[in-house]
Design a protein around this ligand. Structure first.
Ligand SMILES: [Zn+2]
Length: 48
């Protein structure tokens, strides 16, 4: 057992990143972002 405790195992089985679900509303444009890739409003600097 060497270097096996660097990080605790996280439940990555869920679809998408759990952190993303905390940001349902874009702080920049106010658009509803249910998941990564959802469209932002025109002019938003966070849209991809
Ligand atoms: Zn936005």
């Amino acid at each position: 057992m060497e270097g096996s405790r660097e990080q605790e195992p996280e439940p990555a089985d869920a679809v998408g990143d759990p952190v993303c679900w905390l940001h349902l509303v874009c702080e920049s444009c106010g658009a509803l972002i249910e998941r990564e890739g959802d469209p932002h409003r025109p002019g938003c600097d966070r849209q991809r």
